[in-house]
Design a protein around this ligand. Structure first.
Ligand code: ZN
Length: 279
């Protein structure tokens, strides 16, 4: 599933292609892709057509592009979504559910085999009601300080891994980078969030910055299913740099102990039993 680095890299490509461009023709072709607008695909297409994109921004794993009339185009890649930018004459890939032709002739497409992703258009009033307004500070652009994070965690007893995934305390991390950051910080994924010290949180925040920065430099993480590709069609190269995620039984890069896998709230967690002592 695309996480902050993959969404940010997608954003950079989309911003370059779409900033200042008018959406001449828009065609949404799967009802699930348009499910966040009551009027479905027709409404998405009608509200977007003719509008000019001011810029393409991001908060957590959401893409958010303000338009010239005050509306915002929101997109989420879900489990398997990706954007492409190219010529309208190019063959349309299977599972292409959204196409927008820009005023310079370039076509932006959204491909999403599992349809957990979406494209939506919201007014400022609708934005308040949208999931985007509940998303916490971005882990890369506006990461909290350790004392602020300690305040946000309060006396929460939930495992720190689950709290990192819930997008409210901090946003953008998914299963891969949460596991990677906890390993680098030497924090067991089951430790209750509210019990972490400011020193633990300082290590965790530094680790988050390192793993996200490394993933951005490497073009993001494309897993073996290649669900995530950059908008220019290239695969990210961060997979081989992962320390614990998906490496059950393989040696920890720090100490050599076998990486273990446990399930926390229905999500797999990978950790080193030596570097990340059990609570
Ligand atoms: Zn280790």
């Amino acid at each position: 599933m695309p996480e902050l680095p993959e969404v940010e890299l997608t954003r950079r490509h989309l911003d370059e292609a779409m900033r200042g461009r008018r959406l001449v023709r828009v065609s949404t072709t799967h009802p699930r892709t348009a499910r966040h607008n009551a009027g479905g695909a027709t409404e998405v297409d009608e509200r977007l057509e003719g509008r000019t994109v001011r810029e393409v921004g991001r908060k957590g794993k959401f893409l958010a592009a303000p338009l010239d009339d005050g509306q915002t185009l929101i997109a989420h890649l879900g489990m398997s979504g990706r954007f492409t930018i190219g010529d309208p004459s190019e063959e349309v890939a299977l599972h292409t559910h959204f196409r927008a032709t820009l005023d310079d002739g370039v076509e932006v497409r959204f491909i999403d085999p599992r349809t957990f992703g979406f494209v939506a258009v919201v007014s400022p009033e609708e934005m308040v009601e949208s999931g985007l307004s509940r998303v916490g500070p971005d882990a890369w652009e506006m990461a909290p300080t350790a004392p602020d994070l300690a305040d946000a965690l309060g006396k929460r007893t939930a495992p720190v891994k689950a709290l990192l995934l819930d997008q409210v305390i901090v946003s953008g991390l998914g299963n891969i980078y949460a596991d990677e950051a906890l390993h680098l910080a030497g924090i067991h994924p089951l430790r209750p969030g509210g019990e972490l010290t400011v020193s633990d949180l300082e290590r965790l925040l530094a680790a988050i910055e390192i793993v996200l920065g490394q993933a951005l430099e490497n073009g993001g993480t494309s897993l073996d299913d290649l669900a995530y590709l950059l908008p220019d069609g290239r695969a990210g190269e961060n997979l081989e740099r992962l320390r614990v995620y998906g490496r059950t039984g393989l040696p920890c890069p720090t100490c050599g102990a076998a990486v273990e896998r446990i399930v926390i709230r229905a999500r797999s967690s990978h950790f080193c039993p030596v570097c990340q002592p059990a609570p």
